[in-house]
Design a binder for this molecule. Structure first.
Ligand code: FRU
Length: 478
């Protein structure tokens, strides 16, 4: 096993050697400097900066090696890249510093993460570990603080820590010996010694039937008077309009009794209906906003056909989104800091009847806001760059996102039920598209690779519609 210094030197050398220019590189999303990025980790505001750590393989675009990459920012626009915060150099993390979270205590930054160990017989071990920093850049590893409790397989990971009252709590994603997904809770007075409080949610705990074989990347927080559990379950069967990706991410809204550790919640709702969204995490910023970032990717069979692999990197995170609770659902809206990206603006009001119009976008970095004043008809379609379509079928109350797969050989779709669309807010960043409908009630996040007509967009309607259109070409700060 390499020492920490050897590993760090290898990573620095790879970054130095990498001279590739890439026209697909995203301009205002976090992408890996090189290699593969997956989950956002340790989202936190510390000493005047937002810190975003992430699962990073600097050596390859596959899920082999995993360390914690690190970006920071004061405004969610300008990002500074730092040396990796955690690299796997100790026995208890030798096969990866896996996902986790961050908290600030006593002016120090505490990272909790999963040390992943693969055993020679093909099995694995898991350790929930701690690392502490005084400056938010250099971390001292303290080793494991939680070992695998009875009744679980070693698929036990992704600690999320928070403070409530004068105690610390931690949720962990788990798999029972019966191969079912579950979330468990621990508590602590000092962040070092942790007591197991038992399961929080899952089949036989808060649900009455099987709901996947593993729940990854939990997050648990209070928002607008509710206790919200975000999880990423694996092993859900696809249903019409639901669970269409390989793995899902969604939430339960409920009430948690901290004394009895009983969590009573409603049904699972997906956070995003696009092709590329997984392992979301949130944190509370100094203004009390609950902000979410997710991995805008999916580890499915199409993953290794991403065109950016030719340039040595793959995946990104989503833009930061502010969460609110409305009508029993989580709404997501792009954080308002992103308005600072706005450059040239244009706006127009369109009245259309059974026709199609082209809108020429003056760059591949766009924010678009459409407000429908009226729609009387069967259907509208918005085509973006010939490779993505957003279609609303009012007769069937279905909204569909279609994209051409990464080889441009076939169209694929994701769908969701919705009666009415009042507005659309979109962010286009070269090869990524995030679409917020009805002020963030429904979201689609997807990557795509355009072939031609890069700046083209067209709108067609069957019926009559009147809407206002605003778009801004956006600045790139990366
Ligand atoms: C989710 C996940 C986590 C794990 C990490 C490893 O995408 O599988 O459960 O900690 O990725 O990179």
């Amino acid at each position: 096993m390499e020492t920490e210094i050897q590993l760090r030197n290898q990573i620095v050398q790879r970054l130095r050697d990498n001279q590739q220019q890439d026209e697909n590189r995203l301009a205002f999303h976090l992408t890996p400097p090189l290699g593969l990025m997956n989950d956002p980790n340790g989202l936190v505001y510390y000493k005047g900066k937002y810190h975003v750590f992430f699962q990073w393989n600097p050596f390859d675009t596959k899920h082999t090696f995993k360390c914690w990459g690190h970006y920071s920012s004061t405004d969610f626009i300008h990002w500074e890249v730092h040396p990796p915060a955690l690299v796997p150099s100790e026995w208890y993390e030798k096969d990866g510093c896996y996902s986790g979270s961050a908290i600030v205590y006593d002016n120090k930054l505490y990272l909790f993460y999963t040390g992943n160990v693969k055993t020679t017989d093909g099995g694995r071990e898991t350790y929930q570990c701690l690392a502490v920093s005084d400056d938010g850049i250099h971390f001292e590893k303290k080793g494991p603080v939680i070992y695998l409790p009875e009744g679980f397989t070693p698929h036990f990971r992704d600690p999320k820590v928070w403070k409530q009252g004068n105690k610390w709590f931690m949720v962990i994603g788990a798999q029972t010996k019966e191969l079912e997904g579950l979330i468990t809770v621990f508590s602590s007075d000092d962040l070092i010694n942790w007591q197991w409080l038992g399961p929080l949610a899952g089949n036989g705990v808060s649900l009455s039937k099987y709901f996947g074989y593993m729940w990854e990347c939990p997050d648990f927080f209070a928002l607008d008077g509710k206790d919200i559990l975000i999880v990423s379950p694996q092993g859900l069967q696809a249903e019409p309009f639901k669970y269409e990706n390989l793995y899902q991410s969604g939430y339960f809204i409920g009430v948690w009794d901290i004394k009895t550790n009983k969590y009573v919640h409603g049904t699972f709702k997906e956070l995003d209906h696009g092709f590329d969204f997984y392992a979301p995490q949130t944190f509370e910023d100094p203004n009390g906003r609950r902000i979410l970032l997710a991995w805008m990717g999916m580890g499915d069979e199409q993953e290794q056909t991403h065109q950016s692999i030719k340039s040595g990197w793959i995946h990104s995170l989503t833009i930061p989104r502010e969460l609110t609770v409305k009508d029993g659902c989580l709404y997501q809206k792009p954080v308002e800091e992103l308005r600072k990206l706005r450059n040239r603006a244009s706006s127009e009001t369109f009245s259309m009847a059974n026709e199609e119009i082209d809108v020429l976008l003056d760059s591949e970095l766009q924010e678009i806001i459409i407000e429908f004043e009226q729609f009387e008809g069967k259907k509208w379609e918005i085509h973006i760059q010939n490779n993505c379509k957003l279609i609303f079928n009012k007769i069937e109350s279905i909204v569909t996102l279609e994209r051409q797969n990464f080889n441009h050989s076939k169209w694929e779709k994701r769908q969701c039920k919705i009666d009415k669309i009042n507005n659309i807010h979109m962010y286009l960043d070269r090869t990524s598209l995030e679409i917020f409908l009805n002020d963030g009630q429904i979201v689609f996040s997807s990557r795509f690779y355009g072939e031609n007509a890069k700046k083209q967009c067209s709108i067609s309607v069957e019926g009559n519609t009147k809407f206002s259109w605003q778009n801004w070409s956006l600045n790139s700060y990366q």
